[in-house]
Design a protein around this ligand. Structure first.
Ligand code: BGC
Length: 443
């Protein structure tokens, strides 16, 4: 960059990511049901209104484009599109077609997620992601979406964070359906992999039939893991099973096309092999790991935030060097183009977000300069919204949303992101404003 700043590669995608249930309002799915059960959501709230983005999307998208964003990731709500099994709702599809058209008119590349945590209730009644019929149902839904939106959508995410959905819904039980068992979590992962494989096959088949391009991935959550005492062999060893299961299992299964151990026995999964054209990376933080002999259910690993780092209001340790490291690790192993499909910080007073943005976009630019094929950075998220079990208590937005009037108000960090978007990188004065930046890519 002429001013001494850090440039991102040409054509780099810069924007925000969101999810239907968290922003739209008016959704009716397994999470709506979950929120009705006492004690499930920290502040007793629900997503009935959320940000009313369902009605306000034209203005919301306009505002994002005016910040200079050239991309936008959002999810489709399956329960709206297929309210009853096999019954597809044309009005819902027309709505999402219009969202896509709005993005295009505003110069933003749409990246569309088919499933971001929420399931239609008719599917949960039949067993949710573990239902034998789930893969075929999800593939059919994917085909319908591809037929309708495919002319204007190239970038597809089949499933958002399948590893987190399995962990939170089936191992810790903090999310629906509230199960807490390792074998059940493995069964959920097997179901999710079959669903992804079916959807990837369907998206490509529709694209091929119409001679269109479909680039298919998942948004894969990766937690960087660091031994608490780097000199301790046991702490270093304790990182490995968690890394293998949380971070590597999914992309390895998609590369090999097999239900890899310990989740499966290596059996083939039709449509899974080579099902990722690119890798969507959701990165929030690293965890420090200490060997914990008395915690078999946690794979003998106690995970906690690095006490030397600043923490978000979620208690996640902030360290942009972790993002650089994860980008390198994924590139070295999988050699797939990467888009950072989520990265953000829970920060109620917007005290951390400006600096967080500068440091993390810098981390991405450094990885790109070192040869990692990274094509985009999508910040989580545009507006404060319904943060799952945390309700409205955690705020990840560049914009605050008044819970009474739903009025949007830009936070100071929105201007920082606008500068990054306008420059296509990190301008020199923003780099200078963050003294710790010199050490961002190291460690
Ligand atoms: C999810 C988002 C969530 C964010 C912050 C990601 O794991 O995809 O839906 O809001 O993290 O917790």
């Amino acid at each position: 960059m002429a001013d001494g700043g850090l440039a991102l590669p040409a054509g780099f995608l810069l924007g925000c990511a969101s999810a239907a249930h968290q922003v739209e309002g008016g959704t009716d799915n397994d999470w709506s049901e979950w929120a009705r059960q006492p004690g499930r959501i920290r502040d007793g709230s629900d997503a009935a209104v959320a940000c009313d983005h369902w009605h306000r999307y034209p203005e919301d998208l306009q505002v994002l484009a005016s910040l200079g964003q050239n991309a936008h990731r959002f999810s489709l709500e399956w329960s709206r599109i297929e309210p009853r099994p096999g019954d597809f709702d044309e009005a819902a599809l027309a709505h999402y077609a219009d969202v896509v058209a709005c993005c295009r008119d505003l110069g933003m590349e749409p990246l569309v997620t088919l499933l971001h945590f929420t399931l239609p209730r008719w599917l949960t009644e039949r067993g949710g992601v573990r239902a034998p019929e789930a893969p075929a149902r999800f593939a059919r839904y994917a085909a319908v979406c591809a037929e309708r939106l495919g002319p204007s959508v190239e970038w597809w995410v089949t499933i958002n964070e399948p590893n987190v959905q399995a962990l939170m819904g089936y191992l810790t039980g903090e999310w629906p359906p509230g199960k807490a068992s390792m074998p059940v979590a493995f069964a959920a992962l097997r179901g999710l992999l079959r669903m992804h494989a079916g959807a990837a096959t369907a998206l490509r088949a529709v694209a091929a039939r119409h001679e269109r391009r479909a680039r298919v991935s998942v948004a894969h959550h990766v937690r960087g893991l660091r031994p608490a005492r780097p000199s301790s062999v046991m702490d270093r060893l304790a990182c490995l099973p968690v890394d293998r299961l949380m971070n590597r299992w999914w992309p390895r299964a998609c590369r090999s096309g097999r239900m890899l151990p310990p989740v499966g026995r290596g059996e083939k999964v039709a449509g899974a092999a080579g099902s990722l054209d690119w890798l969507g990376l959701n990165y929030y933080c690293d965890d420090t790991v200490r060997f914990a002999p008395r915690r078999p259910s946690q794979l003998f690993a106690q995970r906690f935030p690095d006490p030397r780092r600043q923490q978000s209001s979620f208690g996640w340790a902030i360290h942009a060097g972790g993002l650089t490291r994860v980008l390198h690790e994924l590139w070295d192993e999988f050699r797939l183009p990467i888009v950072v499909t989520e990265n953000g910080v829970a920060d109620e007073a917007d005290e951390l977000r400006g600096r967080f943005l500068v440091e993390h976009v810098t981390a991405v630019a450094r990885a790109a300069a070192a040869g990692v094929d990274v094509r985009g950075y999508l910040h989580w998220t545009a507006m404060d919204n319904f943060e799952w079990a945390e309700g409205y208590t955690k705020r990840f937005g560049l914009f605050a949303v008044d819970r009474d009037t739903l009025q949007r108000r830009p936070k100071p960090s929105a201007a920082v992101f606008a500068r990054i978007c306008a420059a296509g990188g990190v301008p020199a004065d923003l780099l200078d404003a963050v003294p710790r930046l010199t050490s961002v890519a190291s460690g």
